[in-house]
Design a binder for this molecule. Structure first.
Ligand SMILES: CC(C)(COP(=O)(O)OP(=O)(O)OC[C@H]1O[C@@H](n2cnc3c(N)ncnc32)[C@H](O)[C@@H]1OP(=O)(O)O)[C@@H](O)C(=O)NCCC(=O)NCCS
Length: 163
């Protein structure tokens, strides 16, 4: 298994992982499937300063990916990033999420960021456990701010100090 920055050739497999999460889970709060050109714009954005997208691979296979980017837009938030992490459905529970996050956190630290925020659907116990394991602490849940699969969703924030 290798972890490296995402490249254009990874996009078709990233798209499959991303759309699986849209279809099957409350990890991404939309019902609209992404397209390859949307994912290409997403990757281009994550190649600009202050952002990053990495993948975990086994040969030509993309097993998962993780990103960080701005938490909020105004310049006062510039030392804070928000992360995301997705592992291919058939490869969860094998340490890949943790490995991706460790690489992401290390890169964010090296880039001089102060805080990393994870925004997680409150019922996503796997993601909450993963972030806890990495030292993130509960920073509050906002109730009822999302709606998917005919129910209201709560958003739990978790915070990691990087310095
Ligand atoms: C959440 C996710 C990224 C975790 O990645 P993973 O590779 O399965 O996790 P790991 O194998 O690295 O496990 C890391 C830790 O989290 C725990 N964990 C992972 N999934 C879990 C689950 N479903 N329930 C309970 N604990 C879980 C593991 O037990 C491990 O902790 P431990 O070492 O104390 O046992 C992955 O399940 C996933 O992609 N889910 C769908 C998308 C998603 O929800 N992304 C996060 C959006 S905020």
């Amino acid at each position: 298994m290798q972890i490296r920055p995402a490249v254009d050739d990874d996009l078709p497999q990233i798209l499959v992982i991303h759309n699986h999460a849209i279809r099957e889970s409350t990890a991404i709060w939309t019902d609209t499937l992404a397209t390859l050109s949307e994912r290409r714009r997403w990757l281009d954005q994550h190649r600009t300063a202050g952002q990053l997208a990495i993948v975990a691979t086994d040969g030509d296979e993309v097993l998962g990916y993780a990103t960080y980017g701005p938490w909020r837009a105004k310049e006062g938030y510039r030392f804070t990033v928000e992360n995301s992490v997705y592992v291919r459905d058939d490869r969860t529970g094998q340490g890949l999420g943790q490995a991706l996050m460790l690489a992401l956190i290390s890169a964010a630290r090296d880039a001089g960021f102060h805080v990393m925020i994870a925004a997680i659907e409150a019922g996503n116990l796997g993601s909450i456990r993963l972030h806890e394991r990495l030292g993130f602490v509960d920073a509050g849940t906002v109730r009822g701010v999302g709606y998917k699969f005919d129910r209201w969703l709560d958003l739990t924030h978790m915070r990691l100090e990087l310095e």
